[in-house]
Design a protein around this ligand. Structure first.
Ligand SMILES: [Zn+2]
Length: 142
């Protein structure tokens, strides 16, 4: 399933087709944006490609560029609408990274000064040797 059409078991494909009702915010030939039914904060939105690409690794670059422009547009609108002080853009790939729905999606999570939410990034201390090895390995795969 690499984004050729829709997946009839996918909740996001059902939202895109209108089979499952949603609060659609924006729609064009590449992308659809809607409110998250289980918001992490006021104004939490999702932006998805119309086609069923499971992860970020599956979408063609031209469609990704169009999609990320909509992430920017929706991020700005959601922040203003929620009267938020900032927002996070989150995007998970594969279950190990917390991806619950296997249809590529970007989260816009509006944030508020002192809202107390914590992202647990940066909790590991990188060892110099390990970092050097990773630097080299990642470059090798580019
Ligand atoms: Zn889908």
């Amino acid at each position: 399933m690499n984004g050729n059409t829709i997946n009839d078991k996918c909740i996001f494909c059902k939202i895109i087709s209108g089979e499952v009702p949603s609060k659609i915010l924006y729609s064009d030939e590449i992308s659809v944006a809607f409110l998250d039914a289980f918001p992490a904060s006021k104004g939490h939105c999702l932006i998805v490609p119309r086609k069923h690409y499971p992860t970020l690794l599956d979408i063609p670059e031209t469609e990704l560029k169009a999609l990320i422009a909509i992430v920017q547009k929706i991020g700005s609108a959601a922040m203003k609408a929620a009267k938020a002080d900032g927002f996070n853009v989150l995007q998970n790939n594969f279950p190990a990274a917390g991806q619950a729905i296997p249809h590529l999606h970007f989260h816009i999570v509006p944030r508020f000064k002192d809202d107390g939410k914590k992202l647990h990034l940066g909790s590991l201390k990188g060892e110099e040797e390990e970092l050097k090895k990773l630097e080299s390995e990642i470059k090798r795969h580019l």
